[in-house]
Design a protein around this ligand. Structure first.
Ligand SMILES: C=CC1=C(C)c2cc3[nH]c(cc4nc(cc5[nH]c(cc1n2)c(C)c5CCC(=O)O)C(CCC(=O)O)=C4C)c(C)c3C=C
Ligand SMILES: [Fe+2]
Length: 485
């Protein structure tokens, strides 16, 4: 290759700056969990600074053939369209639910605890960068040593951060391995069995389960949410790439169209049955309810026979791929549909009367003394009154994965919920729904995962490189670090 005439030998800023310079003019509506908003001008200035630094580093690398980090730029915290990566809790839980999801469960392939820790460190740095609109590595997709693969795959180079959040979790098999078909115990590959949190149980079989192993479980989970599907896919792709040699993808799920609101400022979206979904969800503004139903309290570890203090301030993520029998539903009368849900299809109001956010009155009866909200309706059976006061933070997505051999859509709801303990906040409710909810006739659960979600990486703790952006080190903090202490 002729070096002097090759355009790559003129390391101009642009892509090397990462995606920060491409952020939108105004901050997106993102009222919580954000660092100070920056104007585009400020960000462009910052991006230019980073670009100059990276370009300088690039020149050095090209001359010497050694990958040198970029130099001199102001620190990056967050900008328009971004949510802070660090904090007490991981982002992507109470963060206003974005429109798109790409979730991946991984099997850890290395048996080395040190390599697992190194992977989590790499993932932490990359996630901190991507969520701030930067490239996965310091050079970006079109810069860096010419004879090495770029440190970012590039498909999100020209789009804004789109509110990307990346949330990590640990499956039961990471702690105790996978039991054999004969019920023999799995292998504790990483010396973590003594840290298994009590809520990370094997979920029981529920009546509507038709689970596919290839869509279930996993040692690790990464949930990427954004308002642009390409940004979410880019995140998982680059994290998966960084996992090479240590973990492989077991299953993934793409979701379009959120089926919940996690902030009172958000419009209630609709699921594929055409009903408003997320009306009675736990919202970010309900801090007492979050403490009661979503975050693992300090006292939880005392109930465990293991040492699970590392999960304090974290949560559990329940993931269920629920196929919906769309074609059958579409031939069902409006009366039947509303009776099965327990709410009106138009406004989402309870059948006992009022508007969308009116509390349901389950005692109210109509003609013949029958309850206006049927006894086998979904909202009655999922309501806290029927579930020992339990609530959950739902954060699911619609999915459509082609069709089956009979021409029926393989579509449904990828149910995601964050709870403080699945033993009290998921299993009893799912058991009740599976056996009594009229809606179940239209549902089939085809995938399942349960993950412990550690608390966030503390603010201000991540090491920064010479260019002021999160940089990889051998000893920096990482998501779930307390688990390995
Ligand atoms: C085990 C938990 C739940 C599963 C699984 C689940 C599946 C599921 N839900 C709908 C549609 C709606 N759900 C609604 C409310 C609602 N659902 C759950 C739990 C599960 N849903 C709860 C806890 C609630 C809130 C109950 C309350 O406090 O009133 C609603 C009504 C609107 C709303 O409040 O969100 C709809 C509609 C589908 C289609 C589905 C599986 C595919
Ligand atoms: Fe529901």
């Amino acid at each position: 290759m002729s070096a002097p005439t090759d355009p790559h030998d003129d390391p101009t800023p642009g892509l090397a700056a990462g995606r920060a310079a491409d952020a939108p003019d105004v901050a997106t509506s993102a009222p919580t969990g954000r660092g100070p908003a920056m104007s585009r001008r400020a960000l462009l200035g910052l991006g230019g600074g980073i670009a100059a630094g990276v370009a300088a580093g690039f020149g050095l690398a090209r001359a010497t053939g050694v990958a040198e980090p970029a130099t001199a730029a102001a620190p990056v915290s967050s900008g328009p369209g971004t949510y802070a990566f660090t904090g007490t809790h991981q982002a992507g839980i109470v963060t206003p639910a974005q429109d798109r999801l790409y979730l991946a469960a991984f099997d850890v392939t290395t048996t080395s605890r040190d390599e697992l820790v190194a992977l989590l460190r790499r993932w932490t740095t990359i996630a901190a960068r991507l969520t701030q609109g930067l490239s996965a590595g310091p050079y970006g997709p079109a810069s860096g040593p010419y004879d090495a693969p770029p440190d970012d795959t590039g498909e999100a180079a020209d789009v804004p951060p789109a509110g990307l959040t990346i949330t990590f979790g640990f499956g039961r098999s990471l702690f105790v391995g996978t039991p054999g078909p004969d019920g023999s115990p799995g292998t504790d590959r990483f010396g973590l069995a003594g840290k298994l949190p009590g809520g990370l149980v094997e979920l029981p079989h529920f009546a509507v389960d038709n689970l596919e192993p290839a869509r279930s479980d996993g040692d690790l989970v990464v949930q990427a949410c954004a308002d642009d599907p390409q940004v979410a896919v880019h995140a998982i792709r680059n994290l998966s790439r960084a996992a090479f040699g240590a973990a492989t993808i077991r299953w993934t799920q793409l979701g379009y169209g959120r089926t919940s609101s996690t902030s009172t400022s958000q419009r209630t979206p609709r699921n594929l049955f055409g009903f408003k979904d997320g009306t009675a969800n736990v919202k970010a503004e309900e801090t007492d309810a979050l403490d009661e139903h979503v975050w693992v309290p300090a006292g939880a570890a005392a109930q465990d026979t293991t040492d699970s203090t590392w999960l304090t301030g974290g949560s559990y993520l329940v993931a269920r791929r629920i196929r919906m029998r769309i074609e059958t539903w579409d031939r069902t009368s409006l009366r039947e549909q509303e009776g099965l849900v327990g709410r009106t299809k138009g406004e989402g109001a309870p059948l006992s009367g009022g508007q969308e956010h009116t509390e349901p009155d389950f005692a109210r009866t109509g003609r013949g003394g029958a309850p206006l909200i049927p006894v086998d309706s979904h909202v009655r059976l999922a309501h806290p009154d029927q579930n020992a006061g339990v609530r959950m933070l739902r954060r699911g997505y619609n999915f459509t994965d082609g069709n089956d051999s009979l021409g029926r859509l393989d579509a449904g709801l990828f149910f995601l919920a964050f709870v403080r303990d699945p033993r009290t906040h998921y299993i009893p409710m799912q058991t009740q729904l599976s056996s009594q909810d009229g809606l179940m006739e239209y549902l089939e659960h085809t995938g399942s995962g349960l993950f412990a979600v550690p608390p966030g990486v503390p603010d201000g703790s991540l090491p920064l490189g010479a260019d002021g952006t999160p940089a990889a080190t051998d000893d920096g903090p990482f998501v779930g670090e307390a688990l390995f202490a």
